[in-house]
Design a protein. Structure first.
Length: 129
């Protein structure tokens, strides 16, 4: 193998590895309710400015209610481009949104930018009725 070919191969491998580390956007996590229940708790850990994305299914006329346990640290948002639903990121203790159509909707939990702690756990109660 020629020296230039070895350098080219190493460069290609390095670029592929570096690109893979940045990755794309993670796939949204599906919200699943246990049989016979209409609510669940979403929990995780986020750093400043990070978001966790979820997708949930609902029927026309249902209402999703989100109870945010740490309003000083996290915002929540509901979105569906297909059904023209979009809330702003909301910091209130409870957010309720009426859902206009049957289908999938997105739910976002975002970590606010604060001095300390830079990383913290969230807990959001999700109810659909």
């Amino acid at each position: 193998m020629k020296p230039l070919s070895i350098v080219t191969c190493i460069l290609f491998i390095f670029c592929a590895f570096a690109h893979g580390q940045n990755g794309g956007k993670a796939e949204a996590r599906r919200v699943v309710f246990k049989a016979g229940t209409s609510g669940t708790v979403l929990a995780g850990t986020l750093r400043n400015g990070e978001e966790m994305e979820y997708v949930f299914a609902a029927r026309k006329g249902q209402t999703i209610t989100l109870r945010n346990s740490a309003t000083s640290m996290f915002d929540v948002r509901v979105f569906s481009e297909a059904f023209d639903v979009e809330t702003e990121f909301d910091s209130s203790r409870e957010l309720s949104v009426s859902l206009p159509e049957t289908g999938d909707y997105m739910l976002f939990v975002r970590r606010k930018m604060v001095r300390t702690p830079i990383r913290s756990r969230f807990s959001v109660l999700v109810r659909i009725r």
